[in-house]
Design a protein around this ligand. Structure first.
Ligand code: PLP
Length: 456
């Protein structure tokens, strides 16, 4: 379908408030209007085709333009698009999806609460955690420990959990019950520390923060992404999550895994917490890959222990008064069921386990380039960090805008990667083959070299 791109751009500028956008740059430079998408590719309205290196926004895990997904949603919309999930009303896709998620998740997580995305899932989790401890009579146990540079969303509470400082510039946060501890950044760990010593240091710092905050009486939970995503694709040292989990248990705290990015195959498993990191969290939140971004859906998976407490009325006749009009939306749940069916049928997690290590290995060949300081991540969740000096790890000046320059060079060559300051993130659809990886790494090499030349 032909579009009047200039007219669309004028309307966009006049009326569509884009998330996370520098409006001064946006108004000057315009934007790319993506009009179609198929498999590994997206197309703009000007006839350009791009390899999608970021799966939309870490979410289009099964790839773009799957007819079956459209059909599943259309059939459900025709059969029964919506009905209330409140009280004793239910719907078939929400029931079937809940049972399927309980089957795929670690064995203690058998109860699902639905929202429309990751931020709301995290926000709701805090509400449920507070309710849970209130029910147990531990009414002062309210503090949630999160990590600096963690990303958990932008609703009021989830933005407070988010530890990326610049994200909250100009906004207020719920500081009274959120505390941030250091993130695990192996590349920029203190000089002279081994990874094992760094892990000890982080775990001790965590435990000492718990004590300073009042210990088990005050601290309710810890929230962490298995691999920190938007904060720079930071992989924690070996054993870190297990040890943080053990500290939580020692202090009667809940462990919340924010798997909004890592669930649904990005690390080669439906859920990473147990399969990759060996822990059974009390809560897992997911969104994005749950429907591969075909329609919004978030899910909070709660343990049997939490459910046993929150499912008891606070007083005679009282209800669990939290939820949304669209909790367990039938069309979204039908999309999630079809998405999972496709992932299982095509063994998409198997593809990630097979091609992921190749992607890591090939991206690491870029470390010979003069500004590539670090290549890190795991499987289909990768990142390149550019530096001015590899020995000191000093950054290029902010004005150099190196991440953006590399992304622009890639885009000229038909590849979309995501710039975050001096970083470039790759989080592709989970259907990439080795051939696609070779193509992508070739484009990245040329683009980084062109950027180096432009910096001289
Ligand atoms: N948690 C993590 C780890 C995320 O990466 C994101 C989004 O990128 C969110 C939560 C927020 O999800 P949403 O944008 O769907 O609200």
């Amino acid at each position: 379908m032909a579009h009047d791109i200039n007219k669309l751009w004028e309307q966009d500028k006049a009326h569509f408030i884009h998330p996370f956008t520098d409006f001064s740059v946006f108004e000057k430079e315009g934007c790319d209007i993506i009009t179609e998408s198929r498999g590994e590719y997206v197309f703009d309205g000007k006839g350009n085709k791009y390899l999608d290196g970021i799966a939309g926004l870490w979410c289009v895990n099964i790839g773009h333009g799957r007819r079956e997904m459209g059909q599943a949603m259309a059939e459900q919309a025709e059969r029964m698009a919506y009905y209330s999930p409140f009280n004793n009303l239910s719907n078939v896709p929400a029931i079937e999806l809940s049972a399927k998620l309980a089957e795929l998740a670690p064995s203690n997580l058998n109860h699902v609460f639905y929202s429309c995305g990751g931020s709301v899932a995290n926000d709701t989790t805090v509400r449920i955690v507070h309710y849970y401890f209130n029910q147990l009579g531990q009414k002062d146990k309210k503090i949630i420990i999160s990590r600096k540079n963690g990303y958990h969303g932008t609703t009021y509470v989830s933005s407070s959990l988010t530890g990326i400082e610049s994200n909250n510039w100009g906004f207020d946060t719920a500081d009274q019950f959120v505390h941030h501890v250091a993130e695990a950044n192996c590349y920029r760990r203190p000089d002279g520390m081994t990874e094992a010593q760094y892990c000890d240091y982080l775990v001790e710092d965590f435990e000492s923060s718990i004590r300073q905050l009042g210990g088990a009486d005050k601290v309710a939970a810890f929230i962490a992404e298995p691999i920190m995503g938007a904060g720079g694709v930071l992989v924690a040292p070996e054993g870190y999550h297990r040890r943080m989990y053990d500290v939580c248990k020692k202090h009667g705290m809940l462990y919340i895994a924010d798997e909004v990015v890592t669930a649904f195959g990005r690390l080669g498993h439906f859920f990473a917490s147990e399969a990759v990191f060996g822990i059974q969290p009390d809560v897992i939140n997911c969104a994005k890959g749950l429907t591969s971004g075909y329609i919004p859906l978030g899910a909070t998976l709660l343990s049997d222990e939490i459910y046993a407490v929150i499912s008891k009325p606070q007083r005679e006749g009282a209800v669990f008064s939290t939820g949304f009009t669209y909790s367990g939306h039938p069309v979204a749940c039908a999309a999630a069921l079809k998405n999972i069916e496709i992932m299982e049928r095509e063994n998409i997690c198997g593809n990630v386990r097979d091609v992921g290590p190749y992607l890591e290995q090939q991206l690491k060949t870029l470390l010979d380039l003069p500004i590539v300081g670090d290549v890190r991540g795991s499987h289909f969740m990768m990142c390149i960090e550019s530096v001015a000096d590899k020995a000191t790890k000093a950054l290029l000046p902010m004005e150099a805008n190196v991440g953006k320059r590399i992304a622009e060079q890639c885009q000229k060559r038909g590849l979309i990667v995501r710039p975050i300051a001096h970083l470039n993130v790759l989080s592709p659809p989970l259907i990439w083959s080795r051939e696609t990886v070779d193509l992508v790494v070739g484009i990245l090499r040329q683009s980084i070299l062109a950027t180096v030349e432009s910096l001289i």
